[in-house]
Design a protein around this ligand. Sequence first.
Ligand code: ZN
Length: 281
Amino acid sequence: MIINFETLRYFEFTPVLFLYCLLGLLMGSFLNVVIYRLPEMIVIDWRQQARDFLDLESQKEKSISLCMPRSHCRQCLKTIRFWENIPVLSWLLLKGKCSHCKIAISIRYPFVEIMTAGFSVLIGGVYGLTAEGVLILIITYYLIVIALIDFDHQIIPDCLVLPLLWLILIAASVGYLNTPSGAILGAVAGYLSLWGIYWVYKICRNQEGLGHGDFKLMAVFGALLGAPMLVSMIALSASLGLLIALPMLLKKADFQQAIPFGPAIIISGWVHLLVSEPFKF
Ligand SMILES: [Zn+2]
């Protein structure tokens, strides 16, 4: 994607953009559910696997999926009615509080919905209704979820990052986003770049400085942008990572705590995606 004066010249309000905005708001609402529920589902699954591995008696776990149980208030457990679940609007009408117990509903819910709608309109404005636009849209939705789950829990789930990598490689194999060789070599270079930094840090300091999810996320951007672009991408990610980490470190005054690097990689990668063409070879 290239955002410049030339592309923005065609950026007019059209029914297509309205559709993108509507889709973005609805998807933002769904992404909120994924961001909140998926980590819980993964932890339940890990516990079950650990019990199986240790031959421990299985325990009844809370039954949770992306669809069930229906959306409810975390405090009073009241099921959220249809009109209380309209993106952004419901939060405003309810003044950010549960209609039953009046506990505050985080402003992050409407924020994610507005952000998703904003990105959708931007992508719609640049690409219109094209296959490449739909692909970038899906990739962006994945990245929003990964960034916020990593921010909250310091994990980058394989069930998100691996399908995303496959999607880009398959798209490249049929002529979208990047050339097949550019995407494959970029993915390898992306993975190895952080894997190398991880091992240098581990050998020198005997500590793990990066999570394995970060390697896979960098492979995603390597496939999207091409290997040569990774140099500036990593430089920007490191600077952003420092900016994100600094307030957290100062607040807790614990310099050993885990800091999420995923959001920094994602912001940097998305900015690169926005202002440059993939390096195709
Ligand atoms: Zn409530």
